[in-house]
Design a protein around this ligand. Structure first.
Ligand code: SAM
Ligand code: SF4
Length: 458
């Protein structure tokens, strides 16, 4: 889980979006910027310069709501300062904390102008208009829109207003009906929904035309995807969708995340066998290596079923590598259960993984159960991470002397450094180099070229 600040400078009124949490929030923030662009709002890199500040929040981690309230406290000071010089700063809170807290945010922070959920952000232009009609001193109630509307937001989103970058993300599925004992997502993102395949393919073609070479297909449970097929007929699953994406000329890499083991089907495994653009890397969260804990978590699969899936993917593509999510200290987890998690990690051998201490989320079943002492969770997390980090280092060491395709998508921290991703999502740092380029186009102020090495390999 990361925290990023979305910024794309330019003229016009200033919009600042602070994005917390997962890639789906990053995607949503981009779409919020697209929605507000026609109203003249351009992304700026500092909240203090913005006419609208949006906090796009995440509810997965501990004390998420309190962190949002402290950020709001800081922004309030700047909002008041701008107010004194006659400038308005509209303060909006979106995402999963907004969905969970709702009107409580307007009660605790009455200077907030807008509170909206992940399923209503397509109405942002209208909410902003209503907020601007509200007195600037925070009197009068802010705009609240956290319902789960009957209409689907994707039908109301405009085409992207700015270039996606070479590695783009595309949401194809949202929401979750699984109700794992520990998780807030089904409550904050709502019921599972899959976008029609034709809409996804059109968006993917636009992303590629705008320069994307890699697309990561996103969903809370992306492999539960079951969207309307173009032109009718049986719904498409994720495997079928990936095959159609692979036909888009110029799209060189496809990834997808996050998958649930219970939703893996033969078509998805076969896609890994048949589609060279599909990266040989899979994030397949297992959470625990104990069947007892998996049952308590309501995960709906066993350890053996998970291990069998790993074998099937590896049989479909021999260079597959895996990543996962783990939770330690879920209510009911005993030493033997934790030992089973370590044994599973040893057996699978991960390229990388995320691991968390269980933290109770209000309103979820596991939050009501007898809790494991924090020191036990801390010790288990340390032991698990030691093992996972050793595996990650071993995986990286095994990459030495390999030649891998790397998609460079950003400058590094050091002068002259470039950073890209290997097929396995490893960050690859290189020193920028002089390379032979054949010039293939000429404009007034610049010329276009292709790397001769790429011509040779074409
Ligand atoms: N849908 C995905 C799945 O089923 O694996 C992932 C959803 S969640 C956004 C990402 C990860 O956060 C989960 O896989 C889980 O490991 C972790 N997580 C979710 N709720 C948690 C909680 N209450 N305490 C600790 N970790 C949690
Ligand atoms: Fe949360 Fe994933 Fe479980 Fe759905 S499947 S409830 S998103 S952890």
């Amino acid at each position: 889980m990361s925290e990023v600040e979305t910024e794309r400078g330019g003229l016009g009124k200033g919009l600042y979006i602070k994005t917390y949490g997962c890639q789906m929030n990053v995607y949503d923030s981009t779409r919020m910027a697209d929605l507000l662009a026609p109203l003249g709002y351009r992304l700026v890199s500092a909240a203090g310069d913005a006419d609208i500040v949006i906090l796009n929040t995440c509810h997965i981690r501990e004390k998420a709501a309190e962190k949002v309230y402290s950020e709001l406290g800081r922004l309030r000071a700047r909002q008041a300062e701008r107010g004194r010089s006659g400038e308005r700063m509209v303060l909006a809170v979106g995402g999963c904390v907004a969905q969970a807290e709702g009107a409580e945010i307007l009660r605790r922070a009455p200077y907030v102008d807008i509170v909206f959920g992940p399923q209503t952000y397509h109405r942002l232009p209208e909410m902003v208009a209503r907020a601007l009609a509200r007195p600037a001193n925070g009197d009068g109630r802010g705009v609240l829109d956290t319902e789960f509307p009957a209409e689907e937001k994707f039908d109301f989103l405009p085409e992207a207003a700015s270039p996606p970058g070479v590695a783009a993300i595309l949401t194809v599925q949202e929401g979750c009906d699984k109700f794992c004992s520990f998780c807030v997502v089904p409550y904050t993102r709502g019921a599972e929904y899959s976008r029609p395949a034709a809409d996804i393919l059109a968006e993917a073609r636009r992303l590629v035309a705008a320069g994307a070479r890699e697309i990561t297909v996103l969903g809370q449970n992306v492999n539960a995807y079951h969207g309307a097929a173009p032109g009718g007929g049986n719904e498409w699953g994720l495997g079928r969708l990936i095959r159609a994406l692979a036909e888009i000329a110029g799209l060189e890499r496809i990834r997808y995340t996050t998958s649930h083991p219970g939703d893996v089907d033969d078509a998805l495994i076969a896609a890994h066998r048949d589609v060279p653009q599909l990266m040989p890397f899979l994030h397949l969260p297992v959470q625990s290596g104990s069947d007892r804990v998996l049952a308590a978590m309501n995960r709906r699969h066993s350890v053996n079923q998970y291990r069998r899936l790993v074998e099937c993917f590896s049989a479909a593509r021999s260079d597959m590598a895996f990543s996962s999510d783990f939770i330690v200290g879920h209510p009911g987890e005993e030493d033997a259960d934790f030992a089973a998690t370590l044994a599973l990690v040893e057996a699978v051998g991960y390229a990388q993984a995320f691991s968390f201490k269980y933290s109770p989320r209000p309103g979820t079943p596991a939050a009501l159960a007898q809790q494991i002492p924090d020191e036990v969770k801390t010790a288990r997390l340390a032991a698990l991470q030691e093992l996972l980090w050793a595996q990650q280092r071993r995986f990286n060491e095994a990459s030495r002397d390999r030649v891998m395709p790397v998609l460079f998508d950003r400058p590094g921290r050091h002068p002259g450094q470039l950073i890209g991703r290997s097929p396995y999502l490893q960050s690859v740092h290189v020193a920028a180099a002089l390379l032979p380029v054949r010039i293939v186009g000429a404009g007034q102020n610049s010329i276009a070229g292709v790397l001769t090495a790429m011509e040779a390999s074409a």
